[in-house]
Design a protein around this ligand. Structure first.
Ligand code: FAD
Length: 516
């Protein structure tokens, strides 16, 4: 018999991977071979608006994983399976074909995935197979952080305080590094049941998810845990660079150092600037689990030479760890309030806000032709890089929902379809925050002025100039809000709506959901 680890899209790494580590330890203990299974489910990718870039990133990571596992004589078997409702019986039949008695997997928290896994457990038990599902995605698993009344938090700040207390009280439990799998006996390659598994190829692409800019993505977002670690190391240790975030190789950094301290150390002051390379750019790697969140937090302890995790607002590293806590928070929200993953607002009172129906405006937003330079730069950054700076995401999302008054779910879907780092919980959380329908305690009348936001987030204008070529020669305040005549001359569109008027409309519609 054998032990199977079922790898998912969110745990694409060998070290510090809880289910894999446990599967390997069990296989060793029982003297059984370890086999890795990966199931592509195109129907799920359609249902969850997965981007071709994300699927391609998965394939690129799997190729490296297959190679590393083969060196340990561990086969990685991949299969493309439809329809998705038949994945549970397929997995069971695979387990039977390799005579597995034990199945290990990391939990995926989305509703469809949980339902699928419950079915797998039911079927497995009937066949005498023991399934083990473990928490791995987050630093602290859902359900642990609760208010004094025993309820899940619906606001970030108290969640984060509690998160830090629980984490530091049991640091070894939550941050311990987990060993990579141990090698199988090499004789597995001669075994008639297992040898063919080594030959199953990683597909070139998944039909319907062909990645048109694969070459560019490969340069901008190289696959593999080594690349992720190198990005983390550069973020923590190498000097802050003055280059703007462009299509450069992220591992290259940029031109001249602008600060003696690393990006992590100046993160508090710099992180909201989109015109410089100010953040870690690790989100594609964290979303796909190419690096674990635990490893990221452990690395901050090494950097600071401390034992206790810092997640305060007074230091760059503390602020950065708070972002990792946001990642935990949004998945906790998704688990505690699954309606958010089914297109429902977290704050149900906003379910009836009246949205505009305007395909031309939606298309202009998607293509970066709104006539508001910071929004257009943001959207074009997404279109070219498959990624967007956090502040730019907030500005673009706020503009769609408050200025254009278009339904936040249209934006949520578009981001998932574009981004290489698409994560249901974080994307939904970010959209509902921006649309004021989410967990944020700020009321609906927080409406960004995209022009003043632009001056704060892109003080040099380099971000706009990098992504909006029509404005490449425009400097000073004009780049944030080009005068109409200049815009016409440069072939840059006029704004779709007047911000002041749009603001009044948004306030009215939120104040009385259902009103025109
Ligand atoms: P850093 O600033 O270096 O932060 C480190 C890590 O912390 C990130 O890689 C990410 O894993 C986590 N993080 C940072 N900010 C947030 C946040 N606000 N919420 C949750 N986690 C956070 N993040 C995704 O990973 N996937 C998404 O699909 C996604 N969609 C978003 C949609 C909107 C509308 C908004 C406003 C935010 C969204 N975010 C999403 C959160 C955030 O914008 C990105 O995580 C961040 O920009 C990634 O860049 P970075 O890795 O350089 O971040």
């Amino acid at each position: 018999s054998a032990v199977v680890y079922w790898m998912r899209m969110e745990d694409m790494r060998l070290s510090d991977n809880r289910a894999l580590s446990q599967a390997s330890a069990q296989a060793k203990l029982d003297g059984l071979p370890l086999i890795v299974l990966f199931v592509f489910s195109p129907q799920d990718y359609v249902a969850h608006d997965r981007s071709a870039r994300r699927i391609d990133f998965t394939l690129r990571n799997l190729r490296l994983l297959k190679y590393s596992l083969a060196k340990l004589d561990i086969p990685l078997h991949t299969v493309v399976h439809s329809p998705r409702r038949d994945i549970p019986p397929y997995v069971i039949s695979f387990l039977q074909s390799v005579r597995a008695t034990l199945l290990f997997a990391n939990i995926e928290y989305e509703v469809d995935e949980l339902r699928r896994d419950i079915r797998v457990c039911e079927l497995a038990k009937k066949q005498g197979i023991t399934p083990t599902y473990v928490h791995d995605k987050l630093i602290i698993e859902p359900g642990v952080i609760k208010s004094q009344q025993g309820r899940p938090y619906a606001v970030y700040s108290p969640f984060q305080r509690q998160w830090l207390t629980v984490l530091n009280a049991d640091r070894d439990k939550y941050l311990a590094g987990l060993p990579p799998p141990e090698a199988n006996p090499s004789s597995i390659r001669d075994h008639p049941t297992y040898r063919t598994l080594f030959d199953s190829p990683i597909p070139d692409h998944i039909d319907g998810f062909e990645c048109a800019d694969r070459d560019q993505m490969t340069v901008t977002w190289p696959a593999g845990s080594d690349a992720a670690r190198e990005m983390l190391r550069k973020f923590l240790y190498t000097k802050s660079r003055s280059t703007h975030v462009g299509l450069s190789d992220p591992l290259e950094g940029g031109a001249e150092p602008s600060d003696k301290r690393s990006r992590a150390l100046v993160y508090k002051e710099q992180r909201d600037k989109a015109d410089r390379d100010t953040t870690s750019r690790l989100s594609p790697y964290l979303s796909a689990g190419v690096i674990s969140a635990r490893e990221c937090v452990r690395a901050t302890l090494d950097l600071l030479g401390v034992k206790n995790v810092k997640a305060d607002r007074d230091s760059g590293v503390g602020m950065w760890v708070q972002e990792i806590a946001w990642r935990d928070f949004y998945t906790h929200v998704l688990v505690a309030f699954p309606r958010v993953s089914m297109g429902r607002p977290f704050q149900e009172k906003y379910a009836d806000v009246k949205w505009e129906t305007n395909q031309a405006h939606l298309d202009a937003w998607k293509e970066g032709r709104t006539g508001v330079p910071i929004v257009d730069a943001a959207m074009r950054q997404a279109n070219t890089m498959g990624w967007m700076h956090n502040r730019a995401r907030m500005i673009a999302a706020m503009y769609l929902t408050k200025d254009l008054m278009l339904d936040w779910r249209l934006g949520e879907k578009h981001f998932m379809e574009q981004f290489i780092d698409g994560d249901l919980a974080s994307n939904n959380g970010g959209w509902q925050w921006s649309a004021s329908t989410g967990t944020d305690p700020q009321p609906y009348f927080r409406i960004f002025n995209p022009y003043s936001q632009s001056e704060k987030t892109d003080p040099t204008g380099d971000y706009i100039r990098a992504f909006v070529p029509e404005l490449r020669k425009v400097f000073g305040k004009d780049v944030h809000c080009p005068p109409p005549k200049l815009a016409d001359k440069l072939g840059y569109p006029r704004p779709l709506v007047d911000h002041k008027e749009a603001r009044v409309r948004a306030l009215r519609r939120y104040k009385t959901p259902g009103s025109e």
